[in-house]
Design a protein around this ligand. Sequence first.
Ligand code: F42
Length: 333
Amino acid sequence: MKFGIELVPNEPVFKIAAYTKAAEDQGFEYVWITDHYNNREVYSTISVLALATNKIKIGAGVTNPYTRSPVITATSIASVNEIAGGRTVLGIGPGDKMTFEALGLLGEKPLTAVRESAVVVRELLTGKKVSYDGEIVKLKNAKIDFADPKKTGVDMNIPIYIGAQGPKMLETAGAVGDGILINGSHPDDFKAAAVQIKKGAEGSGRNIKDIDVAAYTCFSVDEDAEKAYAAAKPVVAFIIAGAADVLLERHSISKELKTEIADAIGRGDFKGLNTIITDDAADRFAVVGDYDACLKKAKELEKAGVTQLVAGSPLGPNKEKSIKLIGKMIEEF
Ligand SMILES: C[C@H](OP(=O)(O)OC[C@@H](O)[C@@H](O)[C@@H](O)Cn1c2nc(=O)[nH]c(=O)c-2cc2ccc(O)cc21)C(=O)N[C@@H](CCC(=O)N[C@@H](CCC(=O)O)C(=O)O)C(=O)O
């Protein structure tokens, strides 16, 4: 199993670059930068990461077809790919509905939009002329000149990962993704996801074994397990508050508890969340605890079919320390 790290560009880009370099030195193979309009812009950020590193793969994790057209996504990732000497990967998802409201975006037909985006981005990255008459994406002889590898000498066959959670999006991801980034931290989520991914892959004559199934986890490790849980619970609270019913049922989270958590978030009572969310509940939505506990959970995710574990926010009470602890863990895989 490979390891990646998710970094949210809500800190200065040079800080993100320092975390990324530390992760590269510890053996992480991927860095994924989230894409939300209210944080630093994803392609500006990954350009700096490309200059600050020399082997880690660098990804937009994940963009969407609504705040940026798929053509500009293709141009942007190809531009960074040239700087990075072919080390980029691209994540495309349907986008966070909550943030769309602020932007007056509807996010209509998400399955179609994500599928069509993945298809046209892949074609545009060949540097050839692309015409496409989709339901959402329409192109007429669009051509990204510099994407032609003969022009840059850089392989533009950039792996496309799909950010997916819902059953139909997982199926779509199985059909069109080189990889899938699934927000989840418990083996049960990946056993359930495998059914849809397999259906989508086989429907397109592909094999699930050819797909990198990445667990985009909430991750929190520290020598002091109590501190690790305290750091993870606010993130777990947002996950539970925004989770679909099917996820809550799978992890036996009652509607009452979901409401109690959402109310505590609304009041800004993050201290209270520490008791409202038990350690058992946190274990369902995070890889959390001391080194041995997190190693055990990482092994369970690998057994459930995960091929890349992306250590996501908060990483732990102290990011730098957590990156080192996970680096030690990477040697066990
Ligand atoms: C749209 C949604 O898909 P979903 O995959 O569950 O969406 C939840 C998240 O994956 C989505 O919000 C992501 O963009 C969130 N996300 C990020 N979102 C961001 O905005 N920025 C990020 O950086 C980001 C990172 C990220 C990483 C991993 C990951 O898994 C998700 C991430 C959904 O509701 N899907 C359902 C229903 C789909 C649907 O609407 N179907 C309709 C429409 C059909 C059509 O589209 O044509 C129908 O069937 O009629 C399903 O999959 O079954």
